[in-house]
Design a protein around this ligand. Structure first.
Ligand SMILES: Nc1ncnc2c1ncn2[C@@H]1O[C@H](COP(=O)(O)OP(=O)(O)OP(=O)(O)O)[C@@H](O)[C@H]1O
Length: 582
């Protein structure tokens, strides 16, 4: 039974945070000890009162003391519950923050593997389970174990016979629970797994509601939902059945303890070894003995369930991001525009399935590069490597002459700005979304940048200007407006390399034209990489890289490629012009 309790793993995981609450621990121990003393004194007071009933003046003070201790018991229970819960939750919240930071530091692949719902279930659900563990283990379980031991000692003091019988009863109960120990646990683990799958599915569907509805997949969603519910019901019923078996066994033990107490008490009475007060006290102590046994049984189940939670949290902590900060210190990128160099880069999202082959090119600081190529040719993958969302399997990527694997991730991402088609909008004001919740950026700087980007008319049309409230996921903005916001956001950061990956694909031609002029102005003095299907957006870039099947098919100055009518770029351009005139 004990080996199944996750005491060591729990303290390994949460121990460092519990240590910060030493004074609360001391207070908790004091409260629990006082509570035990109060509980043990109460039956003794009643015995004293009953024994005084035969005398001419019954000692009523014992009744008053009994009532007073009853009130003290309630207050002490409340106080120890409060302190116990407080310590458990504070420590669990620190663990939750660490887990959250750990998840946020993971690779993009991690977020593809775990759905938001599943992560929520682990970061919140499993940690909640652990918060309860402390309270249940220290306050309920340990407290009741001590109470059980002391009650037995008190019973021995009343008469060895009742002590011995009750010791046998406690040992018998422990044996029954030991034999039943593994009965309920697998059912609870299955309940946890089914709930993870269920919430994972719901989370996924809620984030994709728009696509689900527009593609008419609601029927599939409901079928899958019902299938998951159908899986859940029998698993819960099994767990409920296991619970009933445990409950019935504790009821049987309760009946048995009453029979034993009556038997021994009757013998003590007839042998003249105990008076009515003592018999009553024995009865009360026996009831007090059964209470802790039952609580221990109940808490054991909860404590065993905590193993499943600890396991799920441990698994998450064991996942290490493949992309991380350099072992020590790390280099810093130079200020100003950054040169870009790829050298012999091989990369694949899955080992053994490369999507970029032998990529090598150089872009001087302040130059602009347009990357073109068919869908799936590897353009976005190049951008992802520059931000170290992934690392190449071989070869190096350098910025400003520094291998980016030797630069701290935060330092790198401060200097590289990217705008893509998928803009993330957070719940907050337009200002928060532009500054990423950085209050140190003055409004004046934001407004002058918006004016420079020719976004002043868009900004002025917002109902409350920078204070306009936006909803998570872009509620309140059209896809094009969200893209405009992303442009402003990236230029506020003042990066040395800017990547625009199909960044203006959702803008109407007039807005795109206006923004294009502004962006060109802002790109001056910065290095820029523009990824585009519409070749017209690339007419001002210095160099062109044509990708084909993960390989560089062409890499030259735009002017040189345009001069050669047989270059791939010239052909692509002619084709796109033809398509426009058709
Ligand atoms: N997260 C991913 N996991 C696995 N494979 C991926 C992932 N992202 C892209 N790929 C694959 O890598 C290859 C290159 O994709 P990439 O997105 O770089 O192409 P692209 O040229 O930018 O395409 P598009 O023009 O459609 O944006 C494709 O075969 C694609 O299927």
């Amino acid at each position: 039974m004990w080996t199944k309790l996750p005491i060591l793993p729990y303290f390994r995981l949460v121990g460092p945070y519990l240590k910060q609450h030493k004074s609360r621990f001391a207070l908790l121990t004091l409260l629990l000890a006082a509570n035990i003393v109060v509980q043990l004194t109460m039956p003794w007071l009643l015995m004293k009162y009953f024994d005084s009933l035969n005398s001419p003046e019954p000692a009523e003070r014992f009744i008053f003391l009994f009532i007073l201790l009853g009130v003290c018991y309630q207050i002490l229970s409340l106080a120890s519950d409060y302190v116990g819960e407080h310590v458990g939750w504070s420590a669990a919240n620190k663990l939750r923050s660490r887990l959250m930071r750990h998840c946020l530091g993971q690779d993009i692949a991690f977020f593809h593997h775990y759905s938001p719902g599943e992560l929520l279930d682990r970061v919140d659900g499993a940690v909640n389970g652990l918060a309860e563990f402390f309270y249940k283990f220290v306050v309920r379980f340990t407290n009741n174990l001590v109470l059980l031991g002391v009650t037995l000692i008190v019973l021995y003091n009343i008469h060895w016979s009742i002590g011995a019988v009750m010791t046998l009863f406690v040992a018998g109960s422990a044996l029954v629970y030991y034999l039943l120990r593994d009965y309920a646990l697998p059912h609870w683990v299955r309940v946890g797994e089914t709930s993870s799958a269920f919430f994972g599915f719901i989370g996924e569907q809620l984030t994709n509601t728009e696509d689900t509805r527009s593609s008419g997949a609601s029927g599939y969603v409901m079928r899958k939902f019902k299938a998951l519910l159908n899986q859940w019901l029998p698993v819960h019923m099994e767990a409920g059945r296991a619970f009933s078996v445990m409950w019935m066994s504790s009821m049987l033990l309760l009946g048995l303890s009453t029979i034993l107490t009556f038997g021994v008490s009757s013998w003590l009475w007839h042998a003249g070894l105990a008076g009515p007060g003592a018999i009553y006290m024995i009865m009360m102590y026996t009831v007090m003995l059964v209470g802790p046994i039952d609580t221990i049984r109940l808490e054991l189940g909860a404590l065993q369930r905590a193993s499943a939670n600890i396991e799920r949290i441990r698994q998450l902590f064991e996942i290490r991001p493949s992309v991380g900060d350099p072992a020590e210190g790390g280099d810093t990128l130079p200020g100003g525009a950054l040169s870009v160099e790829f050298s012999g880069v091989e990369f694949g999202y899955t080992p053994g399935e490369p999507v970029l082959h032998g990529i090598g090119f150089k872009l001087e600081a302040g130059e602009s590069l347009g990357i073109v190529g068919r869908t799936g040719s590897g353009k976005t993958s190049i951008a992802r490597l520059l931000l170290r969302l992934y690392d190449p399997q071989s070869g190096t990527v350098s910025l400003g002459g520094t291998d980016i694997s030797r630069v701290k991730l935060s330092g790198l991402r401060e200097r590289v700005g990217i705008v893509t088609q998928d803009v993330q909008i957070f719940k907050g004001t337009v200002r928060d979304n532009l500054t990423f919740f950085d209050p140190s950026i003055p409004d004046g700087k934001i407004v002058s940048l918006l004016t420079e980007l020719s976004l002043d008319s868009w900004f002025e049309a917002l109902p409350q200007g920078l204070d306009t409230q936006l909803e998570a996921g872009g509620g309140g903005l059209s896809a094009g407006e969200a893209q405009l916001l992303a442009f402003a956001r990236v230029f506020l950061k003042d990066p040395g390399l800017i990547i625009l990956d199909e960044a203006s694909s959702r803008l109407d031609p007039a807005t795109e034209e206006k923004l294009d002029r502004a962006v060109r102005k802002l790109l001056r003095g910065r290095t820029a990489i523009l990824i585009a299907h519409r070749l017209s957006t690339l007419r001002h870039v210095d160099r062109i890289l044509v990708m084909d099947g993960g390989r560089i098919a062409e890499n030259d100055l735009q002017g040189a490629l345009l001069e050669d009518p047989d270059s791939r770029y010239s052909r692509l351009l002619r084709q796109s012009l033809r398509n426009r005139t058709v």
